[in-house]
Design a protein around this ligand. Structure first.
Ligand SMILES: Nc1ncnc2c1ncn2[C@@H]1O[C@H](COP(=O)(O)OP(=O)(O)OP(=O)(O)O)[C@@H](O)[C@H]1O
Length: 360
């Protein structure tokens, strides 16, 4: 019995500019109906990866397969227009001299009636049928974006490549359009590779996130796993603010003002960094100069004084200067909690919510 090959597979792609690899041994697979987000900071090689798959940039090494068939290596190359790939970029442009309907029909083959039916079907999905005979300038930015999306999907591409497709939209529109886009992508069953530098976008859209840094995929998995089992400090920091507490290891344990932490596999004498997100620090009130007693789940409490507290809308952010070394830790709590500067508070850490990494 042979397994069904992934819709898109790239193997060991390398692209160098001036001798420097900007995409460095990148491999990944995407199945039909699956959205994979390439997530990483600006300049890490995301767009170059997408451009190689689209066929507008040639790799120096590696192969690209669609449904198990080689479409490009360093010798053989299917031209971009025969790859059955739909493209959507931030600076998409509708043809201003064509009607909305003709824009969507642009890449379609078939009879006039067949084309019209497909255009109507897609415009209906994005609620824009009334504009079918109008021109793009009549549409808002969000509406144009939706037309660009269905134009790319009209020829039923096997693969959709999307590069920061929502970054031109204002915040209010963005969430709705993301959700609607996701629904249509799922209905159309394309394999989607979406490039973004925004973690919230990747969390919202992706079935799988491939975290990219310096030309490499450093971690890949479901959003839940990437968020909750990050492989290093940078991976934690990519999704939220972080607090870092350092400690030295002795007998697979490290002693800190917050009690002991397990540091399995780290040799004695080496330093570790204990990383915790602000929402996982637990704030306790001072009880006549004392903090709460240690617990197995939260360890020991460390004393500090409030430096600043700000209301952020859904949560409050409290910055606390710690007695033990004068460093500032950040904690967030839901709703409103605005203690005055100078107030004494005690912080504890949930052991199951912090990450211990060898110090790098
Ligand atoms: N044609 C080129 N010639 C030389 N360097 C290039 C070329 N194209 C891209 N680069 C460089 O390769 C690196 C990766 O660029 P790329 O656009 O793939 O990154 P990115 O992760 O998509 O970033 P952004 O989100 O800012 O577009 C950058 O340092 C960029 O300057």
């Amino acid at each position: 019995m042979s397994a069904i090959p992934p819709r898109l597979e790239i193997r060991n792609l390398i692209r160098r500019f001036d001798g420097q690899p900007v995409v460095n041994d990148v491999s990944l697979k995407v199945s039909p109906g699956q959205v994979t987000c390439l997530l990483g900071p600006s300049g890490c090689g995301k767009s170059t990866t997408l451009r190689m798959i689209a066929g507008v940039e040639m790799q120096d090494e590696g192969e690209i397969y669609v449904d198990g068939n080689l479409i490009c290596d360093t010798v053989f190359r299917v031209p971009p227009e025969r790859r059955h790939i739909g493209l959507m970029f931030q600076d998409f442009a509708l043809f201003p001299h064509l009607t909305v309907g003709d824009n969507v029909a642009f890449g379609l083959a078939g009879s006039k009636e067949q084309k019209r039916a497909r255009v109507e079907e897609l415009l209906d999905k994005v609620g824009l049928t009334r504009f079918i005979d109008g021109y793009p300038y009549l549409l808002s930015g969000g509406e144009q974006q939706r037309v660009a999306l269905v134009r790319a999907l009209a020829p039923r591409p096997k693969i959709m490549l999307m590069d920061e497709p929502f970054s031109g939209l204002d915040n209010r529109l963005r969430d709705d359009i993301r959700d609607q886009t996701l629904e249509i992508l799922k209905q159309e069953d394309a394999a989607v590779l979406l490039v973004t530098h925004e973690p919230e976008e990747a969390m919202r859209m992706a079935d799988e996130i491939a975290l990219m840094r310096d030309g490499r995929i450093v971690q890949q998995g479901a959003p839940y796993n990437i968020y909750n089992a990050p492989r290093d400090k940078q991976a934690v920091a990519f999704f939220s603010d972080i607090n870092v507490i350092r400690g030295k290891v002795k007998g697979a344990l490290t002693e800190t003002p917050f009690g002991q932490f397990l540091a399995p596999g780290v040799p004695d004498g080496n330093e570790v960094e204990i990383v915790i997100r602000p929402q996982h620090l637990k704030i306790e009130f001072d009880r006549s100069g004392k903090g709460p007693l240690p617990t197995p789940q939260h360890g020991a409490a460390a004393r500090g004084e409030v430096v600043r507290a700000r209301f952020m809308g859904a949560e409050s952010l409290i910055e606390i200067r710690m007695d033990y070394d004068g460093s500032i830790l950040k904690a967030t709590v839901p709703n409103v909690f605005l203690p005055n500067p100078g107030r004494v508070l005690w912080l504890m850490f949930r052991r199951d919510r912090c990450f211990v990494f060898p110090a790098g």
